[in-house]
Design a binder for this molecule. Structure first.
Ligand SMILES: [Zn+2]
Length: 267
């Protein structure tokens, strides 16, 4: 190739390269913009994400629900847990009819203490009015668990309180686990019975005639613990009664055990 022809060829190739580089730069910039938008940078086409109410409490309530099937306290969709937010006077509760493995912080329902839904796309538990009634009448209660756990519910079917014949019962319940009267499901009637029996009582749990267990606590963890312990002692006392006559513990000893467990035991 003559020198002048070579120079023309170089100029032509240089122009081609410049053109390609410009095109590449422009397309990369548009990619970068769309990446930024998909990563949550402000985008005029998308509305800003709404903040979720009681986010921490939703996480807590969803998490402690999982302990109910893990401890064999519930079957299928039965049973529920709620926790109260003391600042806003609202509660977070399980949606009605969902399987436990379907529960997540996002599908929990927020209601006020009159059982009206404040936030959530699903219907709240059919026991919501009862939970709300208990919170309104027992200001120290921060969480409520309801189960049909089998041994405790067998006592409920017989409408019998569980007698205090184990030191573990004296510790956790401070005496027998009381049995409340029959109440229909769906309204506040169960709540009336729970409040009537447990107000001023040392037991954090009650069994309700023909129904199951309601366990109360300051936190979701303590309410779940009371429900787990209730089923555990219901089973042991049932087994003990197959062997013969269970032996009562003197009231003075029940008092001492409960006091030690409440005020000294633990870290
Ligand atoms: Zn029930």
């Amino acid at each position: 190739m003559p020198v002048s022809g070579f120079a023309r060829w170089v100029r032509f190739e240089t122009k081609k390269v410049r053109f390609t580089v410009k095109k590449l730069a422009a397309s990369c910039l548009s990619c970068l913009e769309s990446d930024l938008n998909s990563q949550g940078e402000p985008n005029a086409n998308q509305p800003p994400k709404e903040p979720v109410m009681l986010e921490q409490l939703r996480i807590e309530v969803a998490k402690w629900h999982l302990e109910l099937p893990k401890n064999n306290l519930v079957t299928w969709t039965g049973g529920n847990l709620s926790a109260r937010d003391f600042d806003s006077s609202q509660m977070v509760i399980k949606p009605s009819g969902l399987l436990f493995e379907e529960l997540s912080p996002e599908n929990m329902v927020v209601t006020d203490l009159e059982a009206h839904v404040v936030e959530g796309n699903l219907k709240p538990s059919s026991d919501t009015a009862t939970h709300a009634y208990i919170y309104r009448h027992m200001p120290e209660v921060g969480a409520i668990v309801h189960t049909h756990s089998p041994y405790a519910t067998a006592w409920a079917a017989n409408a019998r309180e569980i007698p205090c014949v184990l030191t573990a019962m004296a510790d956790e319940f401070g005496g027998p686990i009381p049995c409340g009267g029959f109440a229909l499901i769906g309204g506040e009637e169960i709540g009336h019975e729970v409040v009537r029996v447990l107000t001023g009582h040392r037991s954090p749990a009650i069994i309700l005639k023909n129904h199951g267990v309601f366990a109360l606590g300051k936190t979701a963890k303590s309410a779940v613990k009371a429900a787990v312990m209730c089923e555990d002692v219901a089973r042991t006392v049932f087994l003990a009664m197959q062997l013969g006559n269970v032996q009562p513990i003197a009231q003075a000893d029940i008092d001492k055990l409960h006091d030690r467990y409440t005020n000294v035991y633990g870290q």
